[in-house]
Design a protein around this ligand. Structure first.
Ligand code: G3P
Length: 214
């Protein structure tokens, strides 16, 4: 299980990197815009943080210009990258060239997932919360896609996750990996009853660490 940060903000990336259990960062064109800097500056800052691989979504529209954009990215970011590809006819053509590690993003059907698999995509990205809002049940979409991709080399990254419970539900439905905004990442380690238990250990318990603290 790998958990990634879904953000293009340097400050978020630094916090996620410090956690020690976050395995990369996903961006998309909206997140890049929200970072508020020219794209190359944002990418330089993220490279400086070193939370890799970077999953970067190509914005060019045809396979040849997509390749130019990919090369521009690789010239800026000297760490592993995964190219996120929008599910357009040109996007599937680009994936089928098999020149890069690719994730077909914004997948809303099992048929798209199968086409991505046939094109040689390493990952499909399923927008769980958006699918629930738009289609009724994002978990059943993940479940259906997991069934059709079973035994293939194409894995499911669940995205558009708004809570810790939704993150766990996406994995229970068959997602192999998660990408989460910072607030959801941070909330995953907490539970009110765990906090109560920790308070009780501190109040009533003892141990070497407690003795050392005086
Ligand atoms: O990478 C962004 C993806 O996770 C979609 O999230 O919040 O726009 O539905 P959201």
């Amino acid at each position: 299980m790998k958990i990634l940060l879904d953000s293009a903000r340097e400050a978020d990336a630094r916090q996620a990197k410090a956690l020690g259990w976050v395995d990369g960062i996903t961006t998309n064109p909206i997140l890049m815009a929200q970072a508020g800097l020219p794209p190359a500056d944002t990418l330089h800052r993220l490279a400086d943080v070193g939370l890799a691989p970077l999953w970067y979504q190509l914005t060019a529209k045809d396979p040849d210009t997509m390749e130019h954009e990919a090369q521009a990215l690789l010239n800026l970011f000297f760490q592993p990258v995964v190219l996120k590809i929008a599910p357009t006819p040109a996007g599937f053509q680009f994936v089928a060239r098999k020149d890069h590690t690719c994730a077909v993003t914004a997948v809303y059907s099992s048929a798209q997932a199968l086409a991505a698999c046939a094109a040689g995509a390493d990952y499909v990205i399923v927008y769980v919360n958006r699918a629930t809002r738009l289609m009724g049940d994002g978990f059943s979409l993940v479940h259906d896609i997991a069934r059709v991709l079973e035994g293939t080399g194409t894995h499911i990254l669940a995205a558009s996750i708004k809570s810790a419970d939704e993150a766990a539900g996406a994995v229970a439905a068959g997602a192999h990996m998660l990408t989460l905004p910072l607030n959801v990442l941070l909330s995953m380690t907490r539970h009110p009853f765990s906090d109560q238990a920790v308070e009780q250990f501190d109040r009533e318990g003892t141990g070497l660490g407690k003795l050392a603290a005086g």
